[in-house]
Design a protein around this ligand. Sequence first.
Ligand SMILES: Nc1ncnc2c1ncn2[C@@H]1O[C@H](COP(=O)(O)OP(=O)(O)O)[C@@H](O)[C@H]1O
Ligand SMILES: [Mg+2]
Length: 338
Amino acid sequence: MTARIEQGPAAAAAVTPQVFRDLLAAGFPVDPRAALRWSRNGRHHAALIDDPVHGVLFVKRTGAPLSVAGGGGLSLTKEILFHRVVASAASPFVTAHVPRFVFASKDGRHLVVQGFAGHRGLLDAVLRGDAAQLPDPTLLAGFLADLHRPPGPAWRGIDRPARPGVMTFASVSPGELLARPPSYGDFLRFVQPRMTGALRALDSRWSPSVVVHGDLSAGNILVEPDRTQSFVLVDWELAGLGDPAADIGTLAGSLLWASLIAGAAGRPPVYPAVRAWLTKLLSCYDAAAREEIDASYVLQWAGYWIVERVCFTLPPGDRLPARVRNALDVAAGLLGEG
Ligand SMILES: Nc1ncnc2c1ncn2[C@@H]1O[C@H](COP(=O)(O)OP(=O)(O)O)[C@@H](O)[C@H]1O
Ligand SMILES: [Mg+2]
């Protein structure tokens, strides 16, 4: 078969036929007229197949390089299981905002779902300072309240606790700090005593009661430009039994972090709009779930997400850039709000 490349990085050309070959070998009947196109999310290129029989498809492969397709993860077993359950048992509300399941290979290394060519990641929109792309909070809250239920019998296999590993810091005394130049690690260890107690409390409060997404950063919410009712949640590899506040807190933390970074980069200031949107989301969630979620506990998880993000992406050098210090200050504030 011949693969046509309609757009995308030239370097990916060599990989392109491989996507088709892999899928055929995995047992998925790619139509010979299918074309590969590329969806761009920040620096991330995702392979989308335009198949005359199945429509636009997204292919996720175990171990695929991130620059050419989704899925660098070790295993897609849980994600495939999730899609099978959603296809058979989930509420129409959840089904409407999750890509339609199309195919999974027997060995669990390939997953094919409905592709969204016109959608972009919400994280990128906020990083650009574009708060208008935030999804309709009533719809998103309804979706989350519907997802966040105790797992029924159909959820067997994804009903195991999916615990976020809250990190801990080793403490360093000011004396030790003076003895050597303060690298970021040292600085973090110096500033983090404010956070250690809060992180420990957060970790011990976590309680698994409902089905959660497990990695609900705004990067895993795809939005269609200027259509706030049209959003999809992708990347269900970490779905499992969890704490709803941690799920919503991940979303909140990623959005607040992105708006701080946008502000520091001179983009339109979206922090107040994001905060207001989150307040709306939480009140809609309370209404949809008919139960009040502890907003300060959700914000603690948001603070945790920011701390983790900052720690994993510290630039090299001796001094923390102002934007990083600012993000850590905000995170400490959120962690302390409980
Ligand atoms: N159904 C889809 N349609 C279009 N693009 C998608 C779809 N699913 C994922 N993507 C794009 O591919 C990227 C990576 O996919 P994701 O499932 O999040 O994998 P990873 O585990 O690598 O984060 C997403 O951030 C998004 O840009
Ligand atoms: Mg992802």
